[in-house]
Design a protein around this ligand. Structure first.
Ligand SMILES: [Zn+2]
Ligand SMILES: [Zn+2]
Length: 275
């Protein structure tokens, strides 16, 4: 690699580290920090694509590499780089990635011209998706191992942002935290149900109360609505227990309904006693 290419890569990684740290600050409650995350991320993407082009030939980084005297002040733009990549092999930059890159360009312009009203959820989701698409591109078309280059303080955020599963789980946990804070468990109320539980299906602490669910709970991560640990009442005597402690009894009618019975009402108590 030439010095210029090394500079490009180094600056790209610096911008990425800044973007990740600002993103983290945003997640920690400083909403304005997302704005800087967007700017740094846009810069990272521009530089890393330029680096990819310069890697093909160092002169390709300049606007007119065929002129008798190359003007080294005029370098290509991100869109030149994107067009080059697609001219080389059409469809390499997918329509989806282009749309997200357009979004980023627009947002960056708005921020730079102070016309920017940020929809934080959109920014979070789109930045995450865009970042993953760019990483995917780099993985498929370059030898770069970005993760290995990310400085330690930004690595945790890199991992969340680069992995869709981790990203969505992180979101679900944040939402569950908020719900729990807004609906603390009332220890004085004997009928109080915990606001948050561990999901039996995915194992995450992302099960919160949800009126639309037949069990009264729904997992924010996997949408599961059931679990042995969910509070439930016996349909016969009304005792408060958990779903796992209840037995389903078919009611002998044509609709195939069933009721949930506790240890005593199901007759298990008597059966166990007789053994
Ligand atoms: Zn779940
Ligand atoms: Zn009962």
């Amino acid at each position: 690699m030439t010095t210029h290419q090394l500079d490009l890569l180094e600056n790209a990684i610096d911008s990425l580290a800044e973007a990740l740290l600002k993103y983290e600050a945003g997640e920690d409650g400083d909403a304005k920090a997302y704005k800087f995350a967007v700017l740094h991320m846009a810069h990272f993407i521009e530089l890393i694509f330029k680096h990819h082009i310069a890697d093909k030939h160092p002169l390709l980084i300049y606007k007119d590499p065929f002129s008798p005297k190359v003007d080294k002040n005029k370098t290509i733009t991100l869109w030149d780089a994107i067009n080059f990549i697609n001219n080389e092999s059409s469809g390499t930059i997918s329509t989806g990635l282009r749309t997200d890159l357009d979004w980023l360009k627009r947002l960056r312009n708005e921020i730079e011209h102070h016309k920017f009203t940020m929809q934080v959820p959109d920014v979070r989701t789109t930045i995450g998706r865009l970042f993953r698409s760019v990483l995917e591109f780099l993985e498929e078309h370059t030898e770069l191992d970005i993760e290995a280059l990310v400085p330690a303080p930004a690595l945790a955020t890199f991992k969340v942002l680069s992995d869709e599963y981790a990203f969505q789980l992180n979101d679900a946990l944040r939402e569950a935290d908020e719900y729990e804070r807004a609906n603390p468990f009332d220890h004085k109320d004997p009928d109080a149900r915990p606001s948050r539980l561990t999901c039996d299906n995915c194992g995450n602490e992302t099960m919160i109360q949800d009126e639309s669910s037949s069990s009264g709970y729904k997992c924010l991560f996997c949408d599961n609505e059931d679990g042995d640990n969910l509070p439930a009442n016996c349909d016969i005597c009304g005792v408060s227990t958990t779903q796992g402690e209840l037995d389903a009894w078919c009611i002998d009618d044509d609709e195939g309904r069933y009721e949930m019975r506790c240890y005593y009402c199901s007759g298990r108590y008597h059966a166990d006693k007789d053994d």
